[in-house]
Structures are given as structure tokens and as C-alpha cells.
Ligand binder design. Structure first.
Ligand SMILES: NC(=O)C1=CN([C@@H]2O[C@H](COP(=O)(O)OP(=O)(O)OC[C@H]3O[C@@H](n4cnc5c(N)ncnc54)[C@H](O)[C@@H]3O)[C@@H](O)[C@H]2O)C=CC1
Ligand SMILES: O=C(O)C(=O)Cc1ccc(O)cc1
Length: 366
């Protein structure tokens, strides 16, 4: 079934890693007609414009926000509520707000009276920061938690859910406090553990010399932006303290098991079973850095026609994916092995009237 574009003009407040990735996802899948960036840093906006992540950029709130059908708040956790207020005083009554903050209780409480607010948190990210690290594929197949409150209108929750699905992610709905408790264990505690381990290394330089893959794997998140990470954990203090206390008990138990090889073996088996069964998040099918998204009319034979046009020019398609369907048709993602093939495909399809966009503007789709 063909479903309409959920929102036409989207404002991204905070055009960094996550805001930029959402913007690229919206553009790449033709899910918005216009993306406006709002960011305190003018250099970021310049970069985002140059990279084609946004179509317009502003450093201060203003009447430009009247255009917004959807406002996605993607600044550090501590500033989300204030920015929502600043923008809502300029936005239309019917503008929908959502956010991507890593902690949900506080922002949900602070904005309990904000009309049309659907709080959210994509469970995808990296230790990198800033718009230059943004990529649409970051969100693909990621869990995207939505934490509505009693004040969130159900039809709006459904619209945001639909958008999340069209971005290639999987919406999961839960109450804000349940989110914060779970996130304390699965995200904030690992961050604190990574800090503790790296501090131990900092205190003895011989340890850094010996640090191998395992240490790097388990401490990767310590490389995240310190301010962003600090904000994330201090805004979830209560749940995090509780998770740290359960973690201490687990460590104490493991310490005791050092004298009980059988029990420690059982613990090791349980650890392996759990780790091996964690779901793997699949991103783009190939590490093809050279993706082209093509808008296609919803008519039989279109995919074949495109394949023939490229085939006639000797351009090999390495990967093909049907992306979200929009009102007047759909979109195809084509993967090519080289940038030169991508350029040729782009020219060949444009020449016969197809609207095409290199995805991520030449950036890696992985
Ligand atoms: N980094 C990650 O892996 C994940 C982060 N998040 C959440 O996403 C949000 C953004 O994080 P990132 O994209 O990683 O950060 P980032 O540092 O890459 O981007 C943040 C952007 O917000 C702008 N900004 C900061 N303060 C501002 C203000 N007062 N007014 C306007 N613009 C402002 C910055 O200039 C920057 O461009 C945070 O709330 C974070 O908790 C959610 C999921 C994963
Ligand atoms: O780097 C990773 O793998 C992460 O897990 C990053 C991350 C950081 C903050 C979030 O709220 C969600 C994910």
C-alpha cells in the first residue's frame, strides 16, 4: 500500500552525529521535501549545507520555524527542553516535536505540557561526534524507542512510528522510566565501566603497551564525546546508581567464584550463551560506499527499465534495495563498486528523467 509522506518540512535542531544521520536518512529515502538545520554552531551549519545534509540553516530561533511540520530535537540531553521551548514559541500549533535524547524521564517531565510531543531515542550511535560522522545507515535496523506519556496523542505516536519505520529502524514503545532503567544497564553502565577500565590504564603506562583487541572492544565507548556522555549519565543518576550497585554484586560473585572452578565455568558458559545470542544489527547489504537513490514511479517494469539502462552502458549494479514507498512512487537504492560507476549511473538515469541522489553524498554507507 502506498502511504503519504509523513512530514514535508523537517527541522533538525542540533545537526551533529544523530541529527545529521536522521537528516541523511530522510533525504536518502525521500521522506521530506525540505530539511532545515538549527544549530548553535555556524560552522556546523556551513558544513551541513556543503555536505547537502540540510537545505537551510539557522543559528537562532525565529519565524523560519513556522515552516516546520516536524521538529527533531538532537542536541545534548541537558539542552533539549530549552530548545524545544525556544522553537515552539515560533512554530505552528500543529507542528510535531520529537527528540533523540539518550535519557527520557527528565525531558518528558520538563516538556509534559508541550503540545504534540513524541519523545524518542534511537539505539544507534557511535563514539564519533559531529555532522561529518553522520550517515543514514547508522539508523538502519536500529531499535528506536518511543516513550509517549499520557499527554501524547495516539495518532501522533503512530505518525512518528511510521516515520521511524520508513527510516529503516524498528520502533519500540515503552514508558519513559522503564526506558531509563533499561538504558542505565545496557548503555550508561557500560560507559562508566569503560571509564573505570581506561582510568586503570592511565595510572600504569605498561598496561597501555599490553592493551589488545579485547580491551579496545570493551572500552570503545570511552572515546565518545566527553560532554555528551557526561550529560547522558548525570541525567540518569538514579537508575544508573542502581545499575552500578547490581554490577558490584555481580563482580563480587565472580570474585568469589575464583575459588569454585565449576561455578565459574557455569558463569563463563552463561556469559558466552548470552553474548553469542545478542541480535546482530544488519546495516547496508554491502560495504558499497557508492550508493545512488533513484525515485521511481509506482508502475510495473520500472526496476527492469533502470537495470536495462545501466546494463546497456556496461554499468554493473552490485546491490539493489527497494526503499520506502512515497505517495507518488517509490525509491530504489543501487550500490556500485566505484565512485566512477556511481557518477556514470547518475548521469545515465538523469539523462532519461529519473530523479537521483548519491546517498550520504559520497560518504560511506556503513
Ligand atoms: N552519540 C550517540 O551515539 C547517540 C546520541 N544520542 C543523543 O543524540 C543527541 C545528540 O548527540 P550527538 O549527535 O551524538 O551529538 P553531536 O555533538 O554530534 O551533535 C550535537 C549538535 O548539537 C549542537 N548543539 C549543542 N548545543 C546546542 C544548543 N544549545 N543549541 C543548538 N545547537 C546545539 C552542536 O553544535 C552539535 O552540532 C544527544 O541528546 C544524545 O544523547 C542518541 C543516540 C546515540
Ligand atoms: O557507540 C555505541 O555503540 C553506542 O552504543 C553509542 C550510543 C551512545 C548513546 C546512546 O544513547 C545510544 C548509543
Amino acid at each position: 500500500m502506498v502511504t503519504p509522506n509523513p512530514f514535508k518540512t523537517v527541522v533538525i535542531a542540533g545537526v551533529g552525529l544523530i541529527g545529521g544521520s536522521v537528516a541523511l536518512g530522510l533525504k536518502g529515502r525521500f521522506l521530506a521535501d525540505k530539511i532545515i538545520g538549527y544549530d548553535a554552531n555556524p560552522e556546523t551549519l556551513k558544513l551541513a549545507l556543503a555536505l547537502g545534509v540540510i537545505d537551510e540553516g539557522y543559528v537562532t530561533p525565529g519565524d523560519w520555524a513556522q515552516q516546520a511540520d516536524l521538529i527533531i530535537l538532537a542536541t545534548p540531553v541537558g539542552s533539549l527542553a530549552r530548545i524545544a521551548r525556544d522553537l515552539s514559541s515560533h512554530a505552528r500549533e500543529d507542528a510535531v516535536f520529537t527528540d533523540v535524547g539518550s535519557v527520557k524521564g527528565k525531558v518528558t517531565d520538563l516538556l509534559s505540557d508541550l503540545r504534540n510531543f513524541v519523545p524518542g531515542h534511537p539505539m544507534a550511535g557511535s563514539e564519533k561526534a559531529g555532522v561529518t560522522a553522520a550517515r543514514a545507515s547508522l539508523l538502519e535496523n536500529a531499535i528506536w524507542v518511543l516513550t509517549p506519556t499520557a499527554n501524547t496523542p495516539l495518532p501522533l505516536l503512530n505518525r512518528v512510528k511510521q516515520l521511524v519505520t520508513k527510516l529503516g529502524a524498528n520502533p519500540v514503545v515503552m514508558p519513559p522510566d522503564a526506558h531509563d532503567q533499561l538504558i542505565a544497564t545496557i548503555s550508561h553502565l557500560p560507559y562508566m565501566t569503560a571509564l573505570a577500565l581506561t582510568h586503570m590504564v592511565a595510572r600504569d603506562e605498561r598496561l597501555a603497551l599490553l592493551a589488545a583487541g579485547g580491551f579496545r572492544d570493551i572500552t570503545r565507548v570511552a572515546s565518545g564525546d566527553p560532554r555528551m556522555s557526561r550529560d547522558m549519565v548525570i541525567n540518569n543518576k538514579e537508575a544508573l546508581r542502581e545499575a552500578i550497585s547490581r554490577f558490584r554484586k555481580e563482580l563480587d560473585q565472580l570474585e568469589e567464584q575464583l575459588d569454585s572452578p565449576e561455578m565459574l565455568f557455569e558463569s563463563a558458559m552463561e556469559g558466552k550463551r548470552t553474548r553469542d545470542s545478542l541480535p546482530i544489527v544488519k546495516r547496508s547489504l554491502i560495504p558499497g560506499l557508492f550508493d545512488l537513490v533513484v525515485a521511481i514511479p509506482d508502475k510495473p517494469g520500472e526496476i527492469g527499465r533502470i537495470a536495462n539502462i545501466l546494463g546497456d552502458k556496461g554499468i554493473n549494479i552490485k546491490d539493489i534495495e527497494v526503499l520506502a514507498i512515497r505517495e507518488e512512487g517509490g525509491a530504489l537504492r543501487l550500490g556500485f563498486e566505484t565512485g566512477e560507476l556511481l557518477e556514470r549511473a547518475h548521469a545515465a538515469l538523469n539523462a532519461v528523467g529519473y530523479e537521483t541522489r548519491p546517498r550520504g553524498l559520497g560518504q560511506s554507507s556503513l
